[in-house]
Design a protein around this ligand. Sequence first.
Ligand SMILES: [Zn+2]
Length: 354
Amino acid sequence: MLLRTDLLFGHAALRSFICVMSMAVKRPLIATRIGLASALTLSCFAGACQKTDAPPGDRPEKDKDRPAAAASVKTTKSPAKPSDDQMKDVVIKTTAVAGPIYMLEGRGGNIGVSAGQDGVVLVDDQFLPLAPKIQEAVRALGKGDAKFVINTHWHGDHTGGNPEFGKTAPVIAHENVRKRVSTPQQLRGEVIEPLPAAGWPVVTFQQSASLHMNGEEIRLVHFPHGHTDGDTVVFFTGANVVHMGDHMFNGRFPFVDTESGGDPVQYAANVKAVLDQIKDDTRIIPGHGPLATRADLIAFHKMLVDTIETVRAGKKAGKSLADLQKAGLPEYASYGAGFIKTDVWIETLYQSLK
Ligand SMILES: [Zn+2]
């Protein structure tokens, strides 16, 4: 397989890919199980990825208060480049979660870190201007720089640091993440240009993959058509920690990116599937919001099921979107205090439910 790909391309991504394979050979503990990185992955390496019509992820904080409906169509150079001004005051907060697992909070999606005897794995990397601060916070854990970066999905507040971290650490993600970060995407009225090639995942998979590091199996599992069409939930099986990606906004209505293949009903089903796999005392790193427990995820799931049912029943009874927005979701009013307001959540459900 290496020989064949070598004939096709000789760029940095391939060199990194070979590097991963070499590391796997040299270090049995880091034997990445990428057998599922199939022909489709290789076609991406060959530049055969098709441009999709689906859109990308979360917008920089500065844009988040702007109602989606009012967002004007514009072209941005990159989804991952809020101004330095906006980033200069951000402080990266490190929280020890369990065993070698830490959560880093700055701006954008929460970062998971495994820092142990075999080195460092990052789960997501926020925005590019924050990369030096994230790097500093990682080094402070005393286990060196990242050896691998995992992306939970393609949105810019989770992949923005890829071009920096990807220089030295192979990025691993579901194959649809590579498709979307390597082609222009549309997101809530904006066109988002691809990441520089240095930030594209070089190891992709369809269903699952595992890293064997730091005394445990770090299992990457794809959950289809939830937040996007390329979501991965990361199970730190020894430390008993899960990184949900944006399959959890702790205490808030979630953003479901229907333009990128997300679907609120499947999103709820995916959350239930994770709940069924974890223990009562599993610690949960949500995509957004504070560190969570299984009880928090149960509450989040109940909110999803209840609000889906409310909107479904209302729509079936012939109520308009405006009627339902006027009625609101009083039981879950506090969930509307974040990025996704109650009106927007109701609209997402109304337009998705048949
Ligand atoms: Zn997202």
